[in-house]
Design a protein around this ligand. Structure first.
Ligand code: ADP
Ligand code: ZN
Length: 598
């Protein structure tokens, strides 16, 4: 069978994406390979398709039990013989899987690394016919990375023990040192790397100044009714209160953070995976290994720590390729909180400087007036030739103005107060507010005092943020949030450098109105779509699997849109392979017909 026919018949897709075809050809030719694809890029098919083409069993090494279960359920729903071995199973279950392996009845076997490397398992594999090893989340090999797992290093044993079996390493984390380390550890040649770009075209990026925090998040969520999403918060307490508040406002939400018992965490995570339309309010503790494909939005109530984290966290949206939207709220206060967290920690001076630079780069992304996606991708070394047309700055280009004078006033307030005060006080000085602090330092005597009445408080904070983003002002390393002049500030003060600044808006809701909603299905089709979702939910419950194992949202949306009238037409919808067509085709056609006749 060809790769193409397996793709169509088993998985129901028309064509390969990105590097998938090349990766598959490479492994079919018996070669090792390293595969770097963004989240949602389609790494799984890179080994699932060859597993079905080659004789024997493909062994998939995966660190997370939940992920294995999901993948195995999804494969079985497509009629593929797959199983997993892990510590959560009863002995009889394990024995049954081992037996199936011995009798060559499995096309794919998922296994955690520590389990794989037990002598007992290795012997089992010695006697089986292993077609390939796929090592998922391969960056866990790397001591450079943040997900280092010692047992991943032991996988190097496979090189000697199974010299003739192709090894495929897969990850979404791709910086050069990590890549090099993976190749060295797993004996993969430098030339056998398959690297897809970082772009996630179906994700719409939005970034807004934080003013009413929670309310902004609620407004955003209300643009995505009945959809699943994640709200990332910085603190555990923030997570709990966000979840409680959403529930009070009629949005079903759950908390997730390291302060909850592991049972509560597992329970909430399971509900999030199995139910439609739940919002998970979480700290960064949530997400690793969550491959729910139909997360439609991700919001950040607080700024993440870096562009890398932002990319990774937002990347959990829209893995199924259907439209998804992400919103980050930010403010200088968040920057200060983040820096304080760093400064209170044990981190070395070098580490802190590095983290600071990352925060600065993130603020730069927040303040750009050009395409967000271009800025984001450039950070990872990807060039996008044209503005994307699917981010807030593309959809509602910010208005800029000649901000030279405003910048001079702001910089001079920083300078004349001695480069040690935070934004709030500097704004009081600019606005001429006679606060206690102003009196205490006699700042009402300064020529800058009261010189900035043309802008209000929130407009001045927007101006300061842009100056920080441009490096003209630095936030004090000691972490009290004092502002200091940065490189280039003097040229601005001397009038040698004109500045374009973003027009400080009166109200942030402007952004939302202009950008507008993105729909999976049009309003008139909503009933059919909801009907299909209800059917999917009931079917999933009967089978004890998450709804997306039956069909992805994107597939239901395509059915809604095309309203197929025959099995053949239904089979042409992306995401419906032969097995699912046979199992659910009639029911779906009935639902569609019912809807059309009304
Ligand atoms: P990841 O790279 O994050 O592991 P997955 O393998 O989970 O990504 O794939 C993400 C989604 O894209 C899945 O829902 C998968 O079914 C879908 N997908 C992968 N390849 C294709 C393709 N060639 N055509 C259509 N959908 C695809
Ligand atoms: Zn754009």
């Amino acid at each position: 069978m060809t790769a193409q026919s397996i793709l169509r018949d088993t998985f129901g897709y028309d064509s390969f994406r990105g590097e998938q075809q090349a990766v598959i050809d490479n492994v079919i030719a018996g070669q090792h390979g390293l595969v770097i694809m963004p989240t949602g890029g389609g790494k799984s098919l890179c080994y699932q398709v060859p597993a079905l083409m080659l004789s024997g069993t493909a062994v998939i090494v995966s660190p997370l039990i939940a992920l294995m279960q999901d993948q195995v359920a999804a494969l079985r729903a497509n009629g593929v013989k797959a199983a997993f071995l892990n510590s959560s199973m009863a002995p009889q279950e394990q024995a049954a899987v081992e037996q199936a392996l011995r009798y060559a009845e499995l096309k794919l076997l998922y296994c955690a690394p520590e389990r794989l490397l037990q002598e007992r398992t290795l012997q089992l594999l010695d006697n089986a016919c292993v077609s390939l090893f796929a090592i998922d989340e391969a960056h866990c090999v790397s001591q450079w990375g943040h997900d280092f797992r010692p047992e991943y290093r032991e996988l190097a044993q496979l090189i000697q023990r199974f010299p003739d079996v192709p090894r495929m390493a897969l990850t979404a984390t791709a910086d050069a040192p990590t890549r090099k380390e993976i190749c060295e550890q797993l004996g993969i040649g430098e030339t056998q790397q398959f690297i897809d770009g970082f772009d996630r075209p179906n994700i719409r990026y939005r970034i807004a100044e934080k003013n009413r925090g929670k309310q902004q998040i609620l407004d955003f969520i209300r643009e995505h009714p009945k959809q699943a999403g994640i709200v990332y918060c910085l603190s555990r307490a923030g997570t709990d209160s966000m979840a409680a508040w959403l529930n009070e406002n009629g949005v079903p939400a759950l908390p997730y953070h390291a302060g909850l018992s592991s049972e509560d965490r597992a329970f909430n995570q399971q509900r999030f995976l199995n139910e439609d339309g739940l919002v998970m309010c979480a700290t960064v503790a949530f997400g690793m290994g969550i491959d729910k494909p139909d997360i439609r939005f991700v919001a950040h109530l607080d700024m993440p720590s870096s562009i890398e984290s932002y990319y990774q966290e937002t990347g959990r949206a829209g893995r199924d390729g259907a439209p998804a939207e992400v919103l980050m709220l930010y403010g200088l206060q968040d920057m200060v909180r983040r820096s304080q967290m760093l400064d209170n920690g044990e981190a070395s001076q070098e580490r802190r400087l590095l983290e600071r630079r990352k925060l600065d780069a993130l603020l730069g992304l927040c303040e750009v007036t050009s395409c967000r996606r271009q800025t984001l991708l450039r950070y990872f070394g990807d060039e996008l030739p044209d503005p994307c047309g699917n981010c807030d700055t593309c959809l509602a280009p910010p208005v800029t103005f000649d901000g030279t004078v405003a910048a001079q006033k702001a910089l001079s307030a920083v300078y004349r107060t001695g480069q040690r005060f935070g934004v709030a006080h500097l704004i009081d000085v600019l606005l001429g507010n006679e606060t206690d602090k102003v009196g205490q330092f006699s700042h009402q005597e300064l020529p800058t005092f009261g010189c900035g009445s043309e802008f209000n408080k929130s407009q001045w904070s927007a101006i300061f943020r842009q100056l920080v983003a441009m490096g003209l002002v630095n936030v004090d390393i000691a972490g009290f949030g004092g502002l200091q002049l940065g490189e280039g500030a003097r040229e601005v003060l001397r009038g040698e450098r004109p500045l374009q600044l973003r027009e400080p808006s009166q109200k942030q809701s402007r952004n939302k109105l202009k950008v507008g909603r993105q729909e999976l299905v049009s309003t008139e089709d909503e009933n059919l779509f909801e009907g299909l979702r209800l059917w999917r939910k009931e079917t999933a419950e009967d089978l004890g699997v998450p709804p997306y194992v039956i069909f992805h949202d994107a597939t239901l949306a395509a059915i809604t849109k095309t309203r197929p009238g025959s099995i053949v037409a239904l089979g042409g919808v992306s995401g419906i392979g032969e097995k699912k067509l046979a199992a659910y085709g009639d029911e779906i056609l009935r639902l569609v017909a019912q809807y059309i006749t009304g």
